[in-house]
Design a protein around this ligand. Structure first.
Ligand code: NMX
Ligand code: MLT
Length: 426
């Protein structure tokens, strides 16, 4: 490729033929964006050698209609700052991600009814697959991925919108089934009541004794809304769309996305974060600081801090701290995360390599889930996955509808040979 060592190639965007109302300003500030025009096309980004083997960091690859992430102000769903949506019905936010506008009262009711109808008659084959797994075995994210794949075996239609909405509607029962079977409690003992609402039905099917169902429901509703979408390039969303671009099924694509989400640097950070907070076991500033320093010295991540795109505290973290003040202000774990929120950015900020030392979405979510009755951190990422099913499905649908219905072409980024020497067998 011409252009010398440093400039490998440029990415062009034809603004007049592809108006781009939603851009994801994911490029870290001061890096990359070049707004000069070349051949009537805007140069968005220059890719240099430094960008190779960087996890595609900041390289624009497409457009996203469901959400964009502002490095300082966080994620916006179809333009709305996520904090403004936190108290809404999760079903209305799903409508927003699919339709790119909020529903009116009638549409909201109709959509909830549509989801409830789609939730009827869970395929028994999918349940049997889950029943065949041994209680307690494997990580709950493996169960989620297997459960989604099993649902796909039973009911893939090939219509991405229908498959996405069917899967979304099945998630409460799938989640409750995973929690109960893996916990050795058998299938849900009560009939599914999808008309209750997604979170309400999940809590009903879960049938947990000794918990405050209203507090649990309230927390989960906010959790779901905050975690539904985060731009187009986060690992799980990107993975789901990449798999879908080869015309794999919606279920197979989302199942792959769940596997991507299961890593501790991505979604499973919410599990790791609470485990880490419980290990700290104090809210004393000096002790918390010493713990953070020891973790860093042992080359372990400080879970719940840092981000590939954000360059300020995540508004989703702020929303969860606010909720925590309401539902569990005196909880010891909550006291610890409040101290961590102050101490960790100061310590991480000493390392100039760390682009964002501030709290991310995972800092407080485990603490809140624990406070409302979910005491096993290994289940936390499944809630993240449940939420993301909505955003990723909506994004897959948008990509399948692109180019006048021909869909976004199959993903195929370029890798440059580390050593292009041709070798021959003797
Ligand atoms: N703790 C320790 N080291 C960190 C942290 C952190 N919280 N954040 C960044 N670094 C390191 C990072 O590992 C990298 O080191 P190296 O050059 O040796 O590979 C260096 O700082 C530069 O990283 P950044 O460019 O600031 O961040 P990057 O985009 O590579 O990674 C995360 C982003 C989110 C993976 C990283 O901040 C991290 O590992 N955070 C802790 C795990 C976590 O909370 N993940 C959840 C993210 C949100 N989500 O839910 O998906
Ligand atoms: C998030 O929700 O923060 C993500 O999925 C991680 C990202 O945006 O890269």
């Amino acid at each position: 490729m011409s252009g010398g060592q440093s400039l490998l190639f440029s990415i062009f965007w034809v603004l007049h033929t592809h108006p781009c109302p939603y851009t994801e300003p994911s490029v870290p500030e001061g890096r990359g964006l070049n707004l000069s025009e070349e051949n009537g096309k805007e140069v968005l980004f220059e890719v240099t050698e430094d960008h190779l083997d960087s996890g595609l960091r900041g390289i624009p690859v497409g457009t996203c209609r469901t959400s964009f992430v502002d490095p300082k102000k966080g994620v916006h769903y179809c333009g709305y700052p996520v904090g403004d949506l936190a108290e809404m019905d999760p079903e209305d936010v799903i409508f927003l991600l699919f339709e790119k506008r909020l529903p009116n009262r009638q549409e909201s009711q109709d959509f909830r009814h549509e989801l409830a109808q789609r939730a009827e008659r869970m395929p028994t084959g999918a349940l049997r697959v889950l029943e065949s797994l041994t209680p307690s075995s494997g990580h709950p994210m493996d169960w989620l991925s297997i459960g989604i794949q099993a649902l796909g075996l039973a009911e893939t239609t090939g219509d991405i919108r229908a498959d996405g909405l069917n899967l979304i509607s099945r998630m409460p029962e799938l989640m409750a089934t995973i929690f109960r079977l893996r916990g050795g409690r058998g299938l849900p003992e009560v009939a599914s009541e999808p008309e209750l609402g997604m979170v309400e039905n999940f809590v009903h099917l879960l049938g947990m004794d000794g918990v405050d169902a209203n507090r649990m429901t309230r927390t989960l509703r906010v959790f779901l809304v905050l975690h539904m979408d985060h731009g187009g390039g986060n690992l799980s969303t990107f993975t789901g769309k990449a798999v879908a671009s080869g015309w794999a099924s919606l279920y197979g694509s989302i199942s792959s996305a769940m596997n991507a989400l299961s890593g501790p640097l991505h979604g499973r950070a919410n599990q790791s974060c609470l485990e880490f907070v419980q290990r700290i076991g104090t809210s004393d500033e000096a002790e918390v600081e010493s713990f953070v320093r020891k973790e860093l010295a042992a080359r372990r991540p400080i879970y719940g801090f840092g981000h590939a795109v954000l360059r300020a505290e995540d508004p989703r973290a702020a929303a969860q701290f606010k909720l925590g003040e309401e539902i569990c202000p005196d909880d010891p774990n909550f006291q610890t995360v409040k101290t961590l929120r102050v101490v960790a950015p100061r310590v991480l900020g000493e390392n100039p390599k760390i682009s964002n030392p501030n709290a991310n979405v995972d800092i407080a979510s485990g603490t809140l889930l624990n406070a409302v009755g979910f005491h096993k951190p290994d289940y936390y990422t499944t809630f993240f996955g449940w939420a993301r099913v909505a955003g990723i499905s909506a994004q897959i649908l948008d990509e399948r509808n692109a180019r006048g219905g021909r869909g976004t072409p199959i993903y195929r980024p370029k890798y440059i040979a580390a050593d292009p020497t041709i070798r021959r067998l003797d």
